[in-house]
Design a protein around this ligand. Structure first.
Ligand code: DSN
Length: 438
């Protein structure tokens, strides 16, 4: 690779400067945000393609505007590749995001005011699983399940299937939702299916986080088990920012009608082209090797953090995430403060509530870390273990500027060795004050 689509931005130096600074930030700091990844140059190129110019309301073969022959071709290709990758009968690749995919499923399957069972946001769920702050919580009657209590041996903080079954029997929901944004254990769709069948509910699986692990065959697939599967394409799947929905032919028309015209207007065909690229990349044997390394790296990070004195939520990890409870390390240290000081040393992550967190989501008592992005950059277990040690050092010595500077230097050296866009050559010096990283 010699350039990125950004390089055509010479005509707009203000935007070019900001994008160059962001590229430098991504290349010179460690990315541990569990919902992020580094896409391939091919995915970036498709995202930046002329398909952004095209209006394609409708679906392949049934558009409302002319000139859609190639938009049809690309969307059909993306749908076929998604179906093939996940073994699904029908795919809708138009959702702009995971949130719109989830909302479209609700629009397709349930009426406003009907009851849905889903995981509570502060136990690891997602805003669109019925948070009162989300339109989903305002339109539908969500009842929440959570995780089991923490246990000293790490065996707790698992999805509480007994609670889920009790709630399902009592509330008789129309729909049961599985899926999480902050949860480190493997999710088996089978018990959800059994509970849904027992109470006559439909079952939706939100696979936003594990989509890449499922595509690689490393986590159980909900396709064919759940009635509908939603996912995002930009997390472990390593595609462009966006969403998608998989379902059987029996619900295909309802899902398609809910996405367009129910929820969205014109699809983003340039992003759909990039989704097609990502689905093909994820079907390669090298992606399975990548996903297996993601799991090994998260495990190495977890062991290292436990050695540093952090309590791991759910006692460890079986996916790409590690969630630490900072209170075990230092009762005074908040997630917000930890995230901010780590940012200063070039370690990028996000604060996160832990189950039964006494602090607000804005402050939080935990950190959520992910291995997907840095595995793409080439880090292995040794580097992830070192990152865990550095994290402990920073948080232990957070008021010691000399220690922070040392860590920053080591992070910069690691990032130079594990650069997601290393084929661009060395990272250029920042041309403007304040554009260095961090
Ligand atoms: N914001 C995403 C995440 O970080 O997990 C979920 O939507």
């Amino acid at each position: 690779m010699t350039d990125l689509p950004h390089d055509a931005l010479g005509s707009d130096p203000e935007v070019a400067r900001i994008l160059a600074a962001e590229l430098r930030r991504q290349r010179t700091t460690v990315q541990l945000i569990a919902s992020e990844n580094f896409t391939s140059p091919a995915v970036l190129a498709a995202t930046a393609s002329v398909l952004t110019n095209k209006y394609s309301e409708g679906y392949p073969g049934r558009r409302y505007y002319g000139g859609n022959v190639f938009a049809d071709e690309i969307e059909e290709l993306a749908r076929e590749r998604a179906k093939e990758l996940f073994g699904a009968d029908h795919a809708n690749v138009q959702p702009h995001a995971g949130a719109s995919a989830n909302l479209a499923v609700y629009l397709a399957l349930i009426e406003p005011g009907e009851t849905v069972l889903a995981m509570r946001l502060d136990q690891g769920g997602h805003l669109t699983h019925g948070s009162p702050a989300s339109v989903t919580g305002k339109m539908y009657r969500f009842v929440s399940y959570g995780v089991t209590p923490a246990q000293p041996d790490g065996s707790g903080e698992r999805i509480d299937l007994d609670q889920l079954a009790d709630l399902a029997r009592r509330e008789r929901p129309k729909l049961i939702v599985a899926g999480t944004t902050a949860y480190t254990r493997l999710i088996d769709p089978a018990p959800f299916r059994a509970i849904a069948d027992e109470v006559g509910a439909m079952f939706m699986f939100d696979a936003a986080h594990p989509a890449g692990l499922i595509a690689a065959g490393l986590h159980p697939s909900p396709v064919g088990v759940a009635d509908v599967v939603t996912f995002t394409t930009h997390k472990t799947l390593r595609g462009p920012r966006g969403g998608a929905i998989l379902t059987g032919m029996d619900r295909a028309r309802a899902i398609d009608a809910a996405v367009f015209p129910g929820l969205q207007g014109g699809p983003l065909e340039h992003v759909i082209a990039a989704k097609a690229v990502a689905f093909a990349e994820a079907a390669r044997p090298s992606f399975r090797e990548y996903a297996a390394q993601v799991l090994r790296n998260a495990a190495a990070l977890a062991v290292s953090l436990a050695n540093e004195g952090f309590r791991l939520v759910a006692g460890g990890t079986e996916n790409h995430q590690v969630i630490v409870d900072l209170r075990s390390f230092d009762p005074e240290l908040t997630g917000k403060a930890a995230q901010e000081v780590l940012d200063r040393t070039g370690i990028t992550c996000n604060r996160n509530q832990i189950p039964n967190d006494p602090r607000s989501p804005f402050v939080a008592s935990g950190l959520r870390l992910g291995s997907a992005a840095e595995t793409t950059a080439g880090m292995g277990e040794a580097e992830m273990a070192r990152v865990g040690e550095l994290l402990g050092t920073v948080l232990r010595h957070r008021d010691d500027e000399a220690v922070l500077a040392d860590v920053r230097a080591e992070v910069a050296e690691m990032c130079a060795r594990f650069d997601p866009y290393g084929s661009l050559g060395p990272v250029p010096e920042a041309e403007h004050e304040g554009d260095g990283s961090p």
